[in-house]
Design a binder for this molecule. Structure first.
Ligand code: HEC
Length: 145
């Protein structure tokens, strides 16, 4: 029942059809990979090593928003291993906490999109966005990846 609901939500999001576990792993890894690229741009601008660019910041935040929305749906029970996944078993033992972290990540990114008007407002809110990455990875992602 739960799995059927997940599939329905996924197809609404335009993620195709019934998904074998390997697809879920590949899709969540691809979304996280995009997050990594977007976060690197944001991180460099927050540190000031790359000049601030509002359009790039907003586009990168949108990439994170897409990831925050789609990724939590890509951890079905049968996708604990395989596909080079770095997901830890703790995810399925603490699913409510894991999902709550994605919800908070989504909320913080939405807030950053709304509040970022210039370099100063971006730098003020950026740490709040980045905290979500390390907080979740510490508990739920294997270090060796
Ligand atoms: C709520 C949990 C959570 C949050 C928040 C989160 N991640 Fe992840 N991330 C994961 C998990 C779990 C994996 C391992 C997925 C797998 O291998 O199946 C992962 C994997 C990755 C990977 C490796 C992708 C690959 O190639 O396999 C990158 C890069 C990454 N995350 C970047 C980020 C960045 C940057 C942020 C913040 C902007 C972020 N993540 C936020 C849980 C999270």
């Amino acid at each position: 029942m739960k799995r059927l609901a997940t599939v329905a939500v996924l197809s609404m999001l335009g993620i195709s059809g019934a998904f074998p576990a390997a697809d879920a792993i590949a899709q969540r890894r691809a979304l996280m990979h995009d997050d990594g690229i977007a976060a690197k741009k944001l991180f460099d601008m927050a540190k000031g090593t790359v000049p601030f660019n509002l359009a790039v910041v907003q586009a990168s935040l949108k990439t994170l928003a897409t990831g925050a929305e789609k990724t939590p749906l890509l951890f079905p029970d049968d996708s604990k291993t395989g596909g080079g996944t770095a997901a830890l078993p703790a995810i399925w033992e603490n699913k409510a906490d894991f999902d709550a972290r994605f919800a908070k990540f989504n909320k913080d990114v939405a807030e950053a999109i709304a509040k970022t008007k210039d370099e100063a407002s971006f730098k003020a809110i950026a740490p709040q966005v980045f905290e979500n990455c390390s907080g979740c990875h510490e508990r739920y992602k294997a270090k060796s990846n």
